[in-house]
Design a binder for this molecule. Structure first.
Ligand SMILES: [Zn+2]
Length: 224
């Protein structure tokens, strides 16, 4: 199965930032981006004030004074995946390796927002791929899950996007992704029990074509 150290996790990012600091053009770009982000934050903050007041809340009461700003920041954080691409994350992290055995990463925690209700769904992703010369640090697989889950999502699309991203980046002989998640929009309305999770899966390449490979992945990941 797999190895790879997690220490490289932030190395690439730091290097890019240092190179960026030396470059004044880069700094101007960053200043511009900060202004745009601050403007957006204040627009979202105002919108949350309107929502609270339409809900009948007194937006001036002490407990709510900073709530619109906090909520705006939280929403920006929970959707920050829109600003990231798998290329950014995988740059410098793909290695040539003569490794053809199945690589499995189980129980990658994920937190996302359902795009229908803007309410959280959360759970775990299990990922496997069959390398075709290229391998990637295991921590990067978790980052791919993060990039796509920090967006407004439906679970089926999230599962597909994770699988496609790995497939495009590594061109492996096969990719399998299973996502198990609890949807608060269903639990809180009583449509789903709190411990009942929704399971979605995408099987590409060998995991799609070969029932034995698929079974091996499922038996290794779905075991409780
Ligand atoms: Zn929902």
């Amino acid at each position: 199965m797999e190895y790879q150290n997690a220490s490289e996790m932030n190395g690439g990012v730091d290097r890019n930032l240092n190179a960026c600091k030396l470059n004044s053009l880069c700094r101007e770009k960053k200043d511009f981006k900060d202004t745009v982000d601050a403007k957006k934050l204040s627009h979202i903050e105002k919108a949350y004030t309107a929502i609270l007041s339409e809900l009948g809340e007194d937006v001036d009461r002490e407990g709510l004074l900073r709530t619109p700003l906090r909520a705006a920041k939280a929403m920006q954080f929970l959707t920050k995946g829109y600003k990231e691409t798998t290329q950014d994350v995988l740059n410098d992290a793909i290695f040539d390796e003569n490794h053809e055995e199945i690589v499995i990463v189980k129980d990658i925690e994920l937190f996302s927002l359902c795009e229908h209700h803007l309410v959280p769904f959360f759970g775990k992703a299990h990922i496997a791929y069959l390398p075709n010369k290229k391998v990637v640090g295991l921590s990067k697989l978790a980052r791919i899950v993060e990039i796509y889950s920090r967006r407004l999502q439906v679970q089926e699309r999230l599962t597909k996007q994770i699988a496609s991203a790995i497939s495009e980046a590594l061109e492996p002989a096969g990719v399998a992704v299973v996502v198990e998640a609890v949807h608060m929009c269903m639990v809180m309305r009583g449509v789903q029990k709190i411990n009942a999770s929704t399971v979605t899966s995408v099987m590409l390449g060998r995991f799609h074509d070969d029932p034995t490979a698929r079974k091996e992945f499922l038996s290794l990941t779905m075991r409780k």
